[in-house]
Design a binder for this molecule. Sequence first.
Ligand code: ADP
Length: 164
Amino acid sequence: MSKRIAVYPGSFDPIHNGHLDIIQRCRPLFDEVVVAVLHNEAKKALFTVEERIESIREMVDADVRVESFSGLLVDFMDQVGARAVVRGLRAVSDFEYELQMALMNRKLNPRVETVFMMPKEDYIYLSSRLVKEVFSFGGNLEGLVPDSVIERLGRRLPPRGPAA
Ligand code: ADP
């Protein structure tokens, strides 16, 4: 039987505990999980793709593959032999976009299935955008992102004081 391989795609700029929760939850469901960091020239990121990959690798088990991709997700899935896409669903607001993406990916390759997973309630409001914003104003992110990510943020984003 062929291996059941899943791809978990995203920007991960930076990785946070909501992402890690989804990776842990989907790991037992598949023979292999590939975390796929999107290389998107059009989207300005805080961390380079290489930095994001390094940061994710520090946090996941050695049997989770971490790679970058650009272009169509279905093409990347073909390359790695995956049939399932894993996506995290936080709130109803995520649903519309995720439904569109899932149906488009299915249209592009009818063998591709998207699996939606809910994170632990503690992380339901968490996003990379909010992590960066809260950090830059000196907010406490304990329990929401790994310590190594806090250190990386500190090296990249000087804290701003409150607006005068
Ligand atoms: P995007 O795909 O918009 O660039 P991310 O890279 O942050 O966003 O997200 C990658 C995947 O992780 C998406 O499926 C997203 O819904 C999911 N995700 C993001 N934040 C959370 C969270 N707090 N809990 C669960 N899943 C999340």
